[in-house]
Design a protein around this ligand. Structure first.
Ligand code: NAP
Length: 282
């Protein structure tokens, strides 16, 4: 029996459907680490106390999910430049009395798409459909990786315009444009990312965020929705001859990058993916 057990948790509200405990639990078991990862249902009004508990109870770290990612920043001692640019934290690492925040969502997505499809993001013409929190993380990693052009397309075009302005302040030499769903054109687009919930189980399964005519064989289509694994958008993209990238990859890699920060060892990514997929199929 180990004399010290590292404690970790994902804090969110609601938290019942989080796949993080099964993914991290499987990784901890595979590497035979003395650690426990649990899910904590933390209402937003208790976030400050929840973070203080991570600190004083000596947790090794934590993940944050909806609705805590943005508000947590004010109670952390330090954070990564990318978390600051994105304005959201999904990973906390405790060191002594200090809490450090990072955001592995964008890097996790980038790692997943490059590992699975072997593509480089530098020089791509990318289009993100959606302008919420996930879009911000993907836009940041695309521009940090040297994307040539980024088109932000959103149902509420004002939100896409605001995000484009914020990104241009952070990346002054970047070519960032915005448009409404009705205005979207995809000639010349190499990479299309769906960061809306359209197509998700229990929300709008079977629906697509854009018209099938906008999909073509010279693009990669990445859907952040992972329930179902193969969305209507990805099926239509495959039919159009596009390469497809499933949302489960981002989920697994954002977790793997957090795991590596807590434990300082390579995460068993295949084990984590298998655990997440098994839970999704139940
Ligand atoms: P969010 O901040 O709430 O943003 C949602 C975005 O989707 C907004 O731009 C919204 O447009 C748009 N949208 C919502 N319903 C729509 C509809 N019916 N038609 C067109 N657009 C619609 O959410 P988020 O955190 O960015 O997450 C977005 C999606 O990504 C979710 O499905 C989430 O599960 C998924 N996600 C996956 C991963 C992963 O690891 N694979 C990670 C993070 C997020 P308006 O601005 O017009 O409202």
């Amino acid at each position: 029996m180990a004399d010290h057990i590292d404690m970790l948790a994902v804090l969110g509200h609601p938290i019942r459907h989080s796949l993080s405990p099964v993914m991290h639990g499987a990784a901890i078991a595979a590497l035979n680490l003395a650690a426990v990862y649990t899910a904590v249902d933390l209402p937003p009004e208790h976030l400050a106390q929840g973070l203080q508990a991570v600190r004083v109870l000596g947790y090794r770290g934590a993940n944050l999910t909806i609705p805590h990612k943005e508000r947590a920043l004010q109670w952390l001692d330090d954070c990564s430049e990318s978390a600051l640019r994105i304005g959201a934290v999904n990973t906390i690492v405790r060191s002594g009395d200090l809490l450090f925040g990072d955001n592995t969502d964008g890097r996790g997505w980038a790692r997943s798409i490059s590992e699975e499809l072997g593509i480089t993001l530098s020089g791509t013409v990318a289009c993100i459909v959606g302008a919420g929190g996930a879009a911000r993380a993907i836009a940041d990693v695309l521009l940090a990786s040297g994307a040539e052009q980024l088109i932000l397309c959103n149902r509420d075009v004002n939100r896409a315009e605001l995000l484009a302005l914020a990104l241009k302040r952070q990346y002054p030499r970047s070519d960032v444009r915005s448009c409404s769903l009705a205005e979207l054109r995809t000639e010349g687009v190499d990479l299309l990312v769906n960061s809306t919930p359209v197509g998700m189980y229990g929300h709008s399964e079977g629906h697509m965020p854009i018209a099938a005519e906008l999909l073509h064989g010279s693009m990669v289509v990445s859907d952040l929705v992972y329930r179902p694994r193969r969305t209507a958008l990805l099926s239509a993209a495959q039919q159009a001859g596009a390469a497809v990238h499933e949302g489960i990859g981002m989920l697994v890699w954002q977790g793997a990058l957090a795991f590596e920060q807590w434990f300082g060892v390579s995460a068993p990514v295949a084990v984590m993916k298998e655990a997440a997929l098994t839970r999704l199929e139940q």
